[in-house]
Design a protein around this ligand. Structure first.
Ligand SMILES: NC(=O)c1ccc[n+]([C@@H]2O[C@H](COP(=O)([O-])OP(=O)(O)OC[C@H]3O[C@@H](n4cnc5c(N)ncnc54)[C@H](O)[C@@H]3O)[C@@H](O)[C@H]2O)c1
Length: 324
């Protein structure tokens, strides 16, 4: 049995508790959270011991699950790695680039397993195309949310856009060439809405819009590549693929269209979207990486790369932010 302790049992930490309880081969030992009211409620609801000494909980566990606010990620992860414990940390990896680099170095030296909670990698709508050959040349993303004070200690880039940055970096196998960005802080001192254009060395262009001050929610990514269009709806868990029909395709809706180079058949397919709980799957795959000594799906290096792009975006916005 792998023993797990959860550090931070607020909004997301509670989802982690619910899921760890249902994952075989894992035993929840307890939690650490400095907030007395939250701790009392969690202890009662989950019948789980609250540790007042974070170091003692770490010593008692094999897996340290960090779901505390981002500005506490570094101190908790550093302590856990130094004790030789496997670490799962919520996104973003850390508060600053220096902290993130330091964690990557420490993790590499220690040989422990480390995973960052970029949970959209486990979203069923993305899982439906995870094994497809992807080579997009143009990516359009909209991630819009209604305002909620939770999470606003960081900008919309580190709060929401970083999910899409991570997904895009996992798909586009090329280095970032240039970034241009604009953002506005409306409800907070940091950008609440932003538009970003990322150009890659291979010519791919990604255009991302993120907002946490919208009237309605949307989480859509559209990939355009030579042979197909792929639409991923992370919110409604739907995926659509439109492409030129190949002879073996039969189970798709198709129609003919006249083009300057002759008649083409267009096929529209909705791949089967697996029915999975994304948080449970990411924690389960982390457990499997420990048990099988394999690479974690979202490594500390992936977390660092997403942060690096996010911080480049913030630097650009810092130059042209509209202040009030
Ligand atoms: N993967 C996702 O989609 C997603 C979504 C939301 C939040 N998050 C991330 O999860 C983390 C927590 O966010 P949240 O929305 O649950 O916040 P939250 O404020 O609801 O909960 C954080 C909890 O951590 C506790 N805490 C504070 N300092 C601590 C410390 N030193 N050690 C242990 N616990 C401590 C707080 O008392 C609180 O109960 C953040 O890093 C956030 O970016 C990820």
């Amino acid at each position: 049995m792998l023993k797990v302790g959860v550090f931070g049992v607020g909004h997301l930490g509670k989802f982690h508790l619910n899921n760890w309880k249902e994952i075989p081969g894992v035993e929840l030992i307890g939690f650490y959270d400095p907030n007395d009211d939250t701790a009392r409620l969690v202890s009662e609801k989950y019948q789980l011991p609250r540790f007042l000494d974070d170091s003692l909980l770490m010593d008692t566990c094999d897996i340290i699950d960090v779901a505390a606010p981002t500005n506490h990620h570094f101190e908790l992860c550093e302590a856990a790695i130094k004790k030789g414990k496997h670490v799962f940390v919520e996104k973003p990896l850390a508060n600053t680039m220096a902290e993130a680099r330091s964690l990557v170095k420490l993790a590499a030296e220690s040989g422990i397993k480390f995973q960052v909670g970029h949970v959209e990698r486990f979203n069923p709508a993305f899982l439906a195309i995870r094994d497809m050959a992807l080579n997009p040349m143009f990516i359009e993303v909209h991630r819009l949310a209604q305002f909620n004070p939770r999470g606003t200690e960081v900008s919309v880039i580190l709060d929401l856009m970083i999910h899409d940055i991570d997904i895009i970096l996992s798909i586009v196998k090329s280095d970032v060439k240039t970034i241009s960005a604009s953002g506005v802080g409306v409800m907070t001192e940091t950008p609440d809405i932003a538009n970003v254009r990322i150009e890659f060395d291979n010519g791919c262009v990604a255009n991302l819009t993120s907002s946490r001050i919208s009237m309605k929610k949307m989480r859509k990514m559209r990939l355009f590549q030579k042979d197909s269009y792929i639409g991923i709806d992370f919110l409604n868990k739907k995926t659509e693929i439109i492409r030129l029909k190949e002879p073996q395709d039969s189970n798709v809706f198709a129609f003919d269209i006249e083009t300057p180079t002759g008649k083409k058949t267009i096929a529209i397919a909705n791949p089967i979207v697996p029915e999975v709980n994304a948080i449970k799957k990411e924690l389960k795959e982390f457990r499997d990486a420990i048990l099988n000594n394999t690479r974690t799906v979202v490594s500390e290096m992936d977390g660092l790369m997403a942060m690096d792009v996010a911080h480049q975006i913030l630097d650009k916005i810092g130059n042209n932010i509209i202040t009030r």
